[in-house]
Design a protein around this ligand. Structure first.
Ligand SMILES: [Zn+2]
Length: 158
C-alpha cells in the first residue's frame, strides 16, 4: 500500500514521505555512469523543489526565482553557470528563502503534475538526463498554465 504525496502526487511508501523519493532520485543519479552531469542534477533538484513548495518551506520569492532560473536554462536565456552565480549571489545576501511561522502559504500549483520524481526514478539510469529535462519542462509548462508569473523586475531606464 502506498500514500500519495499531497504536493506532487507521486506514490509514497506507507509511513514515509516524498523526501524518500528524492533520496531515491539522488541514489539513482549516483548510478549514472560518469555521474549525472551538472545540468541534469540542476534540473532534478530544482524540479523536486518546484513540486514541493510546502515541505521545502520556500518563500514566494524563492519559488519565483527558482522557476525563472529553470525557465531561463530550458529556453537558453541563461547558462547553468550564470544561474549558479545568481543563486550564490542571492545566498550571500540576507535574502530569506524559507518561510517563517505565520507567513502566508504561497500560492502555487499542488497535487496534479504530468510528471513526478517517481516517474523519473521508475525510468532508471538509461536516458536519465533526457528524463529530468522533460520533468523540468513539464513543470515549467504546468506552472505557466496555472500560476501567473510575477512581473520581471523592471529594467532600469538610463
Ligand atoms: Zn512529492
Amino acid at each position: 500500500m502506498s500514500d500519495i504525496c499531497p504536493e506532487c502526487g507521486a506514490p509514497v511508501p506507507e509511513s514515509s514521505s516524498c523526501r524518500d523519493n528524492f533520496h531515491a532520485l539522488l541514489l539513482l543519479e549516483a548510478e549514472v555512469p560518469g555521474g549525472p552531469g551538472s545540468l541534469p542534477h540542476f534540473y532534478a533538484v530544482a524540479s523536486y523543489g518546484l513540486q514541493h513548495p510546502d515541505s521545502m518551506n520556500y518563500t514566494a520569492d524563492a519559488l519565483a526565482g527558482l522557476r525563472a532560473s529553470v525557465a531561463d536554462v530550458l529556453d537558453g536565456r541563461a547558462t547553468l553557470a550564470e544561474i549558479l552565480r545568481r543563486v550564490r549571489r542571492a545566498a550571500n545576501g540576507a535574502v530569506r528563502v524559507t518561510r517563517r511561522v505565520g507567513d502566508a502559504e504561497v500560492r502555487w500549483h499542488r497535487g496534479n503534475w504530468p510528471m513526478t520524481v517517481a516517474d523519473v526514478c521508475a525510468g532508471g539510469v538509461d536516458g536519465y538526463a533526457d528524463r529530468v529535462a522533460s520533468w523540468a519542462r513539464s513543470i515549467a509548462e504546468t506552472l505557466d498554465a496555472t500560476v501567473p508569473r510575477p512581473a520581471r523586475s523592471p529594467t532600469r531606464k538610463t
